[in-house]
Design a protein around this ligand. Structure first.
Ligand SMILES: NC(=O)c1ccc[n+]([C@@H]2O[C@H](COP(=O)([O-])OP(=O)(O)OC[C@H]3O[C@@H](n4cnc5c(N)ncnc54)[C@H](OP(=O)(O)O)[C@@H]3O)[C@@H](O)[C@H]2O)c1
Length: 435
């Protein structure tokens, strides 16, 4: 904090895109409110982006433009660096490291950076007594970091289950509403600006995975561990899957779940799941995000809101800045970095529950008789089975709902089923969430 007569927190803003420009706008529009609530004036003093000449709809005449974002980390008029550039490597990584080394606080929206470098950065933060805050990195405007780190701090968390990617949720909701295919809806989402030109990180589940490992670190006191994450995206889902899931009283959602198993291992898994309509997660629609947590004393808690976009994400950044203005300074993941455990990890093989299994097969007698013994050999019993699409020479879809089994049994059975000549496509299997 600047030691002048008026209490001021001086911000160096790296990145002036959706998040950076949004942050600038809130700090201007709600300046009086923010000062009333914190007793501190929070002002942007220096900025950087790639293109100096670009019109960003904000008046930058009173702030200094620096040509290299790293310069913000040693700028004499900057107390806190807001990193809103993105990317898990440089320049974001060097900027955050250098700022922390120089004792400057950092606020970032960059989940990829923290998912990959969280442990090193939390060590640096502690060593130099420089807070590193990241409320905006997970679920945008939903204060989920605060909720886990502070509101639920008295509880042992046993599991977190979240819809944390608005693009995927928009695609799935639209496929359900219109009956259109995944690729058609993705194309429309790209035209509307809801999906990136390269959608891989979103629809492949990687973006949800980045967020999930950060929540897992906070909930379980373990190192954010992106390497030990089971990830599947939504690109193999068909409108028919969504329709059939509906007939079983469920909706299909891309769920990131991190769960502490009875043997202490941590399961981190991103996968499309069937979610029963009785679950609040089933009713998170469109671009919204929702997260359900289970604590030993508090029970289930559910939060829902806008997980991305200028306003929600910038709102989270400014709330971190206000915490800094109020003197909040704790370990990045809730406990000191050297106490973060490197917990043995579980994989999708260890997930236990019922599964939805979709098979595309030749329409001829005896196919089910070939599949049934494979399921039996892997301790998978069938709760229900339906068959769709009977017309001459056309493949048929068989959907099996299993009784409780493990991901490993499902994987091994599907490897054998996929080798049957009558099976025309790799089986699709979706866990059925019962929460
Ligand atoms: N958008 C969201 O809803 C959202 C939600 C949560 C978290 N986030 C995270 O917030 C971060 C920023 O996202 P965004 O949507 O605001 O991205 P964006 O709109 O693409 O903005 C990125 C900004 O960083 C600048 N930049 C990029 N690379 C740079 C470099 N090498 N050197 C200097 N400046 C560079 C760009 O400069 P120019 O403008 O000159 O090109 C731009 O101003 C990311 O980590 C993202 O994951 C975003």
């Amino acid at each position: 904090m600047a030691k002048n007569q008026e209490k001021t927190l001086r911000v160096g803003l790296a990145g002036l895109g959706t998040v950076g420009a949004g942050t600038f706008k809130i700090l201007q529009a709600n300046a009086d409110l923010i000062t009333r609530r914190t007793g501190v004036r929070i002002v942007v003093t220096a900025v950087n982006a790639r293109n100096k000449g670009k019109d960003r709809g904000i008046d930058l005449s009173s702030v200094e433009w620096v040509d290299n974002p790293i310069d913000l980390a040693s700028h004499p008029d900057v107390d806190v660096v807001v990193e809103a550039m993105g990317g898990e490597n440089d320049p974001a990584l060097s900027l955050v490291k250098t700022a922390l080394q120089n004792g400057k606080s950092v606020v970032t929206a960059n989940k990829a950076l923290l998912a990959h470098h969280g442990v090193d950065l939390s060590r640096l933060s502690e060593k130099h007594n420089a807070p590193l805050m990241f409320e905006a990195a997970v679920a945008g405007g939903i204060p989920i970091i605060k909720m886990i780190r502070e509101g639920l701090a008295a509880n042992n968390i046993s599991g977190l289950y979240g819809i944390m990617n608005g693009t995927c949720n928009y695609i799935l909701t639209t496929m359900e509403r219109t009956g259109e295919s995944f690729s058609d809806v993705l194309e429309e989402a790209q035209k509307l600006g809801y999906a990136e030109a390269d959608p891989t990180l979103d629809v492949g589940g990687g973006d949800s995975g980045h967020k999930l490992v950060l929540l897992g670190a906070l909930a379980f006191g373990c190192q954010p561990d992106y390497q030990n994450l089971s990830v599947e995206g939504i690109d193999r889902l068909s409108a028919e899957d969504i329709l059939i899931a509906g007939e079983f009283g469920s909706r299909i959602k891309l769920i990131g779940q991190t769960v502490k198993l009875e043997d202490g291992r941590i399961l981190q898994m991103v996968s499309p799941c069937l979610v029963p309509r009785t679950s609040p997660l089933a009713h998170v629609d469109g671009v919204l995000n929702g997260i359900l947590s289970q604590g030993d004393f508090v029970g289930l808690s559910f939060v829902e809101g806008r997980g991305a976009g200028e306003g929600p994400t910038a709102s989270a950044i400014v709330s971190d800045l206000m915490d800094l203005a109020n003197g909040v300074n704790g370990p990045v993941f809730g406990i000191p970095a050297d106490q973060l455990q490197s917990s043995p990890s579980a994989s999708r093989d260890d997930w236990t529950g019922e599964f939805y299994m979709r098979l595309v097969v030749q329409d001829r007698p005896g196919v089910i008789a070939e599949i049934a013994p494979i399921l039996r050999d892997h301790q998978i019993s069938i709760e229900s089975l339906i068959q769709r699409g009977r017309s001459a020479d056309q493949p048929v879809t068989i959907v099996i709902i299993t009784h409780q089994t493990t991901g490993k049994n499902i994987r091994l059975a599907c490897q054998e089923i996929a080798d049957l000549p009558s099976v025309l496509d790799d089986p699709l299997t979706l866990p059925i969430l019962k929460i």
